[in-house]
Design a protein around this ligand. Structure first.
Ligand code: PLP
Length: 449
């Protein structure tokens, strides 16, 4: 390891040379940021010596917190044995083979194939190529259009950000002209006078309407997160997914479930598609597949699609230098072993999530809280200045940004999206740490009110 630099030197070098993701560079230059120097259990320590409880599992990925020596050891051991080789040209490696098999074992029978990438963004790019190749091989070359939803987040590459429905991202790229966006199932923001149940059906109907508008013969796939994460932990009304499922069952359109956040336990089951009883043809995974310790993503492909792909003539012209990287796959295998051996996905859903949800619900009566929504260990607290009208609390989310900053300064790492405070705590969080999370959030809300 290189010698430790003092905080001021790090700050100066950071400002001088490091362009940060999703950052307003002028704002960062003016205010600077935190240097995170180490982590333990669910706590981050910055270079000023502050201890911060992580209520976001890193970036929705460290579901098992920061300890997990078996994952770290697996990476170390793999680097000794085979630090790198690629999977092109008929080569493979044991961790990639084993992880692909394990992921197929953990998902419904129809999933028997995996394509590895380094990230969720690359995995969603890959999904586009897979569905296009599938329909080309079936002799349906017109089926190229893809339907997604407003405010979805599917990643940052040009293709993935086109799939996403984030306005700010679309403004900074030309995007892909064959991706179309429909209503998001976000009752609080878009539901108007409708009941949640009515709005769920209305949002589902937007899919049927878009299919009719574009023509089923032109559409390859519908892509969706079971719960929209980065968009604001948007828990769909109960009526939404059954109605979408029915629409898709009647159409020749593939369904890609983006499980990059929901996957590996976040909504209380291994996958969000189980929580909502939906049946994707393709699944995107990343983040918690390695507990965030190594970069890894990928696509799980159901037999319906893989049977066609495997019988196609010629190359699938796609691949990444690090597809199936042995050290990342070793991390993935060790992570799956922890999930399975400890049963933490099941036990945290049974014991911790109800406590988390109950504690958060105590905030519903707070003067600036409009809605508390949660599923498993996934939650948003929506701020408002008028509970009945559900109006925004301040222009440009200023109040929510302030609330987030107060919480972080007070030692609680949360995120803000629009007017919502966002949380996705690690599954290893203890009950008293959930209480601390809610207490600190309450203080931040009080100071914001
Ligand atoms: N899909 C979803 C649902 C995500 O939340 C994210 C990242 O937050 C991505 C895709 C992109 O993943 P990555 O940042 O690993 O490219």
């Amino acid at each position: 390891m290189t010698a430790k630099l003092d905080t001021q030197t790090l700050r100066n070098l950071d400002q001088a040379h490091h362009l940060h993701p999703f950052t307003d560079f002028k704002d960062y230059a003016a205010h600077g940021g935190k240097i995170i120097s180490r982590a333990e259990h669910i706590y981050l320590y910055d270079s000023d010596g502050n201890k911060i409880q992580d209520a976001m599992s890193g970036l929705w990925c460290c579901n098992l917190g920061y300890d997990q020596d078996s994952i770290k050891q697996a990476v170390f051991d793999q680097l000794q044995e085979l630090p790198y080789y690629n999977n092109f040209f008929r080569c493979s490696n044991q961790p990639a083979v084993e992880l692909a098999s394990k992921l197929c074992e953990l998902t419904p029978e129809r999933f028997q194939h995996v394509f590895f990438t380094n990230s969720g963004s690359e995995a969603n790019d890959t999904q586009i190529k897979l569905v296009h190749r599938y329909f080309d091989l079936l002799g349906k070359p017109n089926k190229k259009h893809i339907i997604s939803r407003n405010n979805a987040y599917h990643g940052s590459t040009i293709a993935a950000s086109s799939l996403g429905g984030m306005k700010s991202m679309h403004e900074q790229t030309m995007g892909l002209n064959y991706v179309h966006h429909i209503e998001q199932p976000h009752w609080y923001e878009c539901g108007g006078d409708m009941s949640e149940a009515e709005f769920g059906l209305h949002a589902a109907q937007a899919l049927a309407d878009k299919i009719d508008e574009l023509g089923e013969e032109n559409i390859a796939a519908f892509i969706a997160e079971p719960v929209q994460g980065a968009g604001g932990v948007i828990i769909p009304p109960d009526s939404y997914w059954p109605a979408v499922k029915k629409i898709l069952e009647e159409r020749d359109i593939l369904f890609i479930a983006d499980e990059v956040i929901c996957g590996f336990g976040r909504t209380g089951n291994w996958f969000g598609f189980e929580t909502y009883d939906i049946e994707p043809d393709l699944v995107t995974f990343a983040k918690a597949v390695t507990n965030g310790f190594m970069p890894l993503g990928g696509c799980l492909v159901a037999d319906k699609v893989s049977n066609v792909l495997l019988n196609g003539a010629g190359d699938f012209a796609h691949g990444l230098t690090y597809s199936g990287h042995p050290a990342s796959c070793a991390a993935g295998l060790a992570t799956m072993a922890v999930y399975e051996d400890t049963g933490i996905i099941e036990s945290s859903a049974r014991d911790l999530a109800p406590h988390f949800n109950a504690q958060l619900q105590s905030l519903v009566d707070h003067p600036i809280v409009g809605q508390v929504r949660s599923k498993g260990l996934f939650a948003a607290v929506e701020l408002t200045d008028d509970k009945a009208a559900r109006t925004r609390i301040a222009p440009d989310s200023a109040a929510a940004v302030y609330c987030r900053d107060v919480a972080i300064e007070d030692g609680l790492m949360v995120r803000q999206t629009g007017d919502a405070m966002i949380m996705a705590p690690p599954f290893v969080t203890e009950r008293h740490e959930i209480d601390n999370l809610v207490a600190k959030l309450t203080v931040a809300l009080d100071k914001t009110a």
